[in-house]
Structure formats: C-alpha cells, structure tokens
Design a protein around this ligand. Structure first.
Ligand code: C2O
Length: 537
C-alpha cells in the first residue's frame, strides 16, 4: 500500500463573507481546508503544525483508527491538544473503508472553519459498485458567523444560554450573492456540468449545529454511499444530511442545457429552538449554456419537515452484496439504553442562575484535563470512572408530562466493554426541554442502524421490527425528535472512543460519553503504544 504524506499548517487567515472580514483558523490558509486523498489500504501521515494561539487537535471523522486511537483526535479523549508552535504526526491506515469522510478540529468550536474532505478511493483495480461517473465533485456544507466562533461559544458558556445562531449557510465556502457590499466577497457556488454526463457528488455536512436539506432544481440524486459505506442505490430529489454525515450521490446532468438551476441548502429544525433559517443558494450550469439562461427554481422543504428527514433516513439500506456484506451482530452481549437530551443545572454565575446542559442517562460529561486514552493506557488513577450507567438514572417516559428534576449529575464516566463484545444501544430522545433531533456520532466504529421509531422505545415489541439483514452502516445517525434509534456494533477496536451529539452546541453542554474497549488476549488485539511526539497536557 501507498504511504501518503500531508502537511497541515494551522494558520489564521482573513476571509471576507457577508460583507465583513474576520480572521479564521485554517489549514494551509484554505477554507474549506484541503481535501485529503487516499485509497483503501493506504497509510496516511499528516503532520499538523499549530501556528495559531489556540490549542488544536484534528479528528479524522469516520476513519475507524483500528488500534490507533492515538491518531483519532478528540481533545482530552484521545490526546492532549497540540499547543501553539507544537506539532503532532497523525498516523493511520485506512482499513476496509472507501468513500467520503471528512477531517475537522476537535476542540471547542474550532471545527467551524478547520475542516475539509477525505476522499478514499477503492483499492486500485476495484471498481465502484455503481456506474462509473465521469467526474467527482466535493461539496462541503457549513455555517458562517460574522462573529468569531470561539467568542460565540465562550459567551454562551458564561451566560448558560444558547449560543447565537450562524448568519449564513455556506456551500464550499460560498454564502451566495451579497448585495450592496463594497468589499469583494466570494459569491455564489457554481457546479459546472456537461450535458448527459453523470457526476459523483461527495456531500459533507461540516456545519456546527444545523441539520440540512440539499436540493438541485430539476435534478434528482441517486444515493450510493453514506459515511463511507455503500448503500443500495435509491433516487430522491432531496438529500437530508446532519452534521457529521457524508453522502455520495450520482447526479445525471439530464436537463436542458439552456437552463441554470438553483442549488439550495436550508435547515431542518422541528423543535421550538432558534436556528439559522437562511437558505443558501448555489447554481448548476451546463457547459455551453447561454450566459443569460433561464433560471430554474427549487423550493426547499419547510424548516420543520420531519417527514422529509425520516423518509430520507428510512430509505437507506446497506448494499449488502457478496463483496460488501452487512455483518450485523445477531447475538448481543451488552444491551444498553441511553436517554439523551438537554437539561438545566444550577449555575450561580450564569444569567438566570442556571445553565443549559446536555446529558446521556442523566450524566453530563465533564472533560478531564488529561486524555482518557492516556489515563487508560498508563493506568493513571482519578481521571475517569468506569461506572457510566447502562440505563438512565431517572426513569423517563416521553408520553407523559415529566415531573422530575431537569438537573443532571456531572461526571467523567466511561462504559467499559470487553474486546469483541457485541453491543446494542437504544438511544432515546428525552425531550426534557425541547424534543429535538440529535445526530449521534460514535468514534472508532461503524454501527448498524437496526431500528428507529417515534415515541417511547418499547423493548417488548420494537425489536420485532428490527432490520438485521441490510441495515445502513454509518458513524453518525439521527435520534429523531421525541423518538429513538437502535444501533449495533462489535467492540473490535481497543481504546477509548468518544460518542457525542454532532451538534457542537450540545457537545459543549455535555451531551457526550465514552466507551472503553479493553485489549483482547490474542495477538493484534491491543492498542499500539503511543507515538513519541504525543502531545502532553
Ligand atoms: Cu466529527 Cu467527535 O466528531
């Protein structure tokens, strides 16, 4: 296999958007950051050099990091941060994965601008299991604040209130046209296509807090892969994509080349929660089309289009072919039930004397000051406890009015699993404050989404409807508003692995936990020793 070397220099750079200029953290001065290209089986070495005044880490979102947890990236979970003027070499091999993933900073809110695509091609000579596209296009979706995003989250943390929502959505760094602005600003994202050719769109939601819909007027998508796992192809005019998710879709440029077609990106939010409800538009244009061609419009689904979210999510099935079988665990060793949502804890220094907190099983995760993985590997006592509850501390019933306390307990707790155990986690949205959809992300694993429903999970009958044949395999899945999602995975990756809501505001509030997977007894069943340049806290 090939060794791929990358240098990621983290530097501040001025960018002008929405008619205002600010300095943002970038990799190599680029926003969105550079695309990392590799093939399945390659060894990837990325030297990250921190030349900004913040601590930095980079996470390779969705890369399984088999036994190489030291290169996973989440600050204080997998590593201590890279301090200013320091560097760290991330070293991992891509095993059994091909498709689209992305990299992003994993500390505070720096991922708002520190992110970019990871494109993993199949091994040389291995074709895609779908018609070969003429060209591939990476589409990175994000959010833009005119304010400094570190200031946005810091202010929210101090007040205990929700952070300000973003000022615009962005498509590959473009906010769309800005009127009456005297400074030059990047305008509209344009996708250039040739008539009757097929393109592979690699769509990434790198937004901080917004689950979104994506459409191209007049055109349909055929989804073929999500989170670097092939799916049964299905055709849709709307892509739903949550932060942390990636979707590969074929696009046939089969409309009249005399038109230009609006591309739309807008939020999904079906809870009474403030959200950026701007729609950002781009354009699809045909080669040889007229300069003043007819504009074809698209209407975006409404903000609260729950059904559009669920339709898309329910249509996903793993390819489950001979070459790419779905290895769903059938016998479960650890059956867990996690409630998750937002609560309120006392906070004497906050605006209302209280602050919003996120929790899983009523535990608000407190970040340690040295990484969990180092504490585990070097057996450092007092950093975490392994008593994360397998079911909620407070029994919860979604369908009746909740009368208990909204308060949660603080703790740095992990759930310990033996090597190779099979695990089922039913994730239940508690809706204590707002019934809100949460894109839950698990590091170190892909999981199978065996079931999903609205209301309370009922363990006497819901398992009967589980799909154990071809459930979609991914690393980030929505727990729907006021509903539940059941996932299964095999704990075949020793180390400490973060699980959290990929809405960064909820992660900041503590909607996170970690699994500790023990080493196995056999050869190659242990985490590798830490690299020499592993940052110190
Ligand atoms: Cu992309 Cu821990 O996240």
């Amino acid at each position: 296999a090939t060794v791929r070397h990358y240098n990621f220099k983290v530097v501040m750079k001025n960018y002008t958007k929405l008619c205002s200029t600010k300095a943002i953290a970038t990799v190599n001065g680029k926003f969105p950051g550079p695309t990392l290209h590799a093939r399945e089986g390659d060894n990837v070495l990325v030297k990250v050099i921190n030349n900004i005044n913040y601590n930095v880490t980079i996470h390779w979102h969705g890369i399984r990091q088999l036994k190489t947890g030291w290169s996973d990236g989440p600050a204080y979970v997998a590593q201590c941060p890279i301090q200013p003027e320091q560097s760290y070499l991330y070293n991992f091999t891509i095993i059994g994965q091909r498709g689209t993933l992305f990299w992003h900073a994993h500390i505070s809110w720096l991922r708002a601008t520190l992110h970019g695509a990871i494109v993993i091609l199949p091994k040389k000579g291995t074709p895609y299991p779908f018609p070969h596209p003429v060209k591939e296009k990476v589409i990175v979706l994000g959010e833009w604040w005119k304010a400094d995003t570190e200031a946005v989250i810091n202010q929210a943390t101090q007040s205990g209130m929700p952070p300000n929502v973003s000022d615009s959505h962005i498509i590959n760094g473009h906010t769309g046209p800005v009127r009456n602005c005297s400074i030059s600003t990047q305008g509209t994202y344009t996708l250039h296509v040739e008539h009757n050719k097929t393109y592979l769109l690699r769509i990434i939601n790198a937004a901080i807090n917004d689950e979104v819909f994506f459409r191209i007027a007049g055109h349909k998508f055929t989804v073929v892969e999500v989170d670097a796992s092939y799916t049964k192809p299905f055709t849709t005019d709307t892509i739903y994509i949550a932060p942390g998710q990636t979707t590969n879709a074929l696009l046939k440029a089969d409309q009249s080349p005399t038109g230009k077609y609006l591309i739309g990106m807008s939020s999904f939010m079906d809870a009474p929660v403030a959200v950026d409800n701007t729609t950002t538009y781009g354009l699809l244009r045909y080669k040889g089309g007229l300069a003043n061609s007819r504009l074809v419009l698209t209407t975006m689904p409404p903000l609260n289009a729950t059904q559009a979210q669920l339709n898309f999510t329910h249509a996903l099935r793993s390819l489950n072919s001979r070459d790419y079988p779905a290895k769903v665990p059938l016998d479960i060793d650890h059956s867990l039930f996690f409630t998750m949502g937002v609560g309120v804890n006392p906070c004497p220094t906050c605006l209302n004397g209280s602050k919003l907190v996120g929790s899983i099983n009523n535990v608000t995760f407190v970040m340690p000051t040295i990484s969990l993985l180092q504490a585990h590997y070097y057996k450092i006592k007092g950093v975490f406890t392994d008593d994360f509850p397998g079911k909620p501390l407070t029994t919860f019933n979604y369908t009746t009015n909740f009368t208990g306390s909204l308060a949660t307990v603080n703790g740095t707790k992990v759930y310990r699993l033996p090597f190779n155990a099979t695990v089922q986690v039913v994730l239940q949205d508690t809706s204590l404050i707002a019934p809100e959809s949460h894109p839950l992300h698990l590091h170190g694993f892909n999981f199978f989404v065996v079931g999903m429903g609205i209301g309370n999970y009922d363990d006497t009958k819901d398992p009967e409807s589980f799909n154990l044949v071809d459930p979609v395999e991914r690393n980030t899945i929505d727990v729907p508003t006021g509903g539940w999602t059941a996932i299964r995975f095999r704990a075949d990756n020793p180390g400490v692995w973060f699980m959290h809501c990929h809405l960064e505001v909820h992660t900041s509030w503590g909607l996170k936990m970690a699994f500790l997977i023990e080493n196995g007894d056999g050869p190659n069943e242990s985490i590798v020793p830490p690299p020499k340049d592993l940052p110190k806290c």
